[in-house]
Write a protein that binds this ligand. Structure first.
Ligand code: BTN
Length: 245
């Protein structure tokens, strides 16, 4: 079973960067780097992740001994784990959804981002260190972002404390990770689909800088998005950004 070695810092550059450094120095699966504040927090696609105190910023190190194609599923797994945790804390009328592949939205606004990075540990392609960085807007959200952002505090009466939320996230992760190691993507496909944003709807997608439209019909057995495009063809997309519905 996955167990955790949590290291806490008041202020660091990026929990992903420190996790990567420690991984390369022999850090093991289950290492968790958690910071109150990041001075160079990073998001996907080279974006900045504003990381002032009050929110939760952490990175989890894994060594799943799987191929890269399977490892990318771990960011979807992380979304499902954090999404479950959030749903348990929020009133029933708040809609928790997953924007493919791994953003978490509350009533359509982004509350959590996940950044998965891999680092080869040897020449063996299955010998890959994985760092999963997770940022959760507990108490505040950035303004003027490309996609509207929110925080959990907008939906609950009193602020959540990072030290209390972190173990709950890790417990959910541990639960789904064990299932994923045993059963692969089928362990998380349905929980993800149950809260999928835009599933069955017409969306605009950005793929490699090119925008196009289509119906988001499903995710396949690997976690890739299946799109019915305007020519009536089914396309499989494994890296894209959904712009809006
Ligand atoms: C995204 O949605 O673009 C991903 C954001 C990931 C942010 C987290 S915060 C903890 C970890 N450290 C980082 O520098 N980034 C990730």
């Amino acid at each position: 079973m996955l167990t955790f070695d949590i290291r806490h810092f008041e202020s660091i550059t990026s929990t992903n960067d420190i996790a990567k450094e420690l991984l390369q120095q022999g850090g093991k699966e289950g290492l968790v780097i958690w910071a109150d504040e990041q001075t160079r927090g990073r998001g996907r696609m080279g974006r900045r992740w504003i990381s002032a105190p009050g929110n939760l910023y952490f990175s989890l190190v894994l060594e799943p001994h799987r191929l890269l194609t399977e490892i990318s599923q771990l960011s979807i797994l992380a979304a499902v784990a954090v999404g479950d945790m959030m749903a348990s804390l929020l009133p029933d009328d708040v809609v928790v959804s997953y924007k493919w592949p791994n953003d978490i939205l509350l009533n359509g606004q982004k509350v959590c981002g996940i950044l998965l990075e891999t680092h080869p540990l040897s020449g063996n392609e299955r010998d890959m260190g994985v760092v999963i960085g997770i940022g959760i807007n507990l108490q505040h959200a950035p303004e003027n972002t490309i996609y509207p952002a929110t925080s959990l505090l907008n939906f609950i009466p009193s602020p959540l404390i990072a030290a209390e939320v972190l173990p709950q996230c890790l417990a959910q992760f541990q639960f789904y990770y064990a299932k994923w190691l045993k059963n692969g993507f089928s362990a998380i496909r349905q929980p993800w689909k149950d809260r999928a944003f835009g599933l069955g709807k017409r969306m605009i997608f950005a793929v490699n800088g090119y925008q196009y439209k289509g119906n988001f019909i499903d995710i396949d057995g690997t976690g890739a998005m299946l799109i019915n495009n305007d020519q009536g063809d089914i396309e499989t997309i494994s890296s894209a950004e959904i712009l809006f519905a």
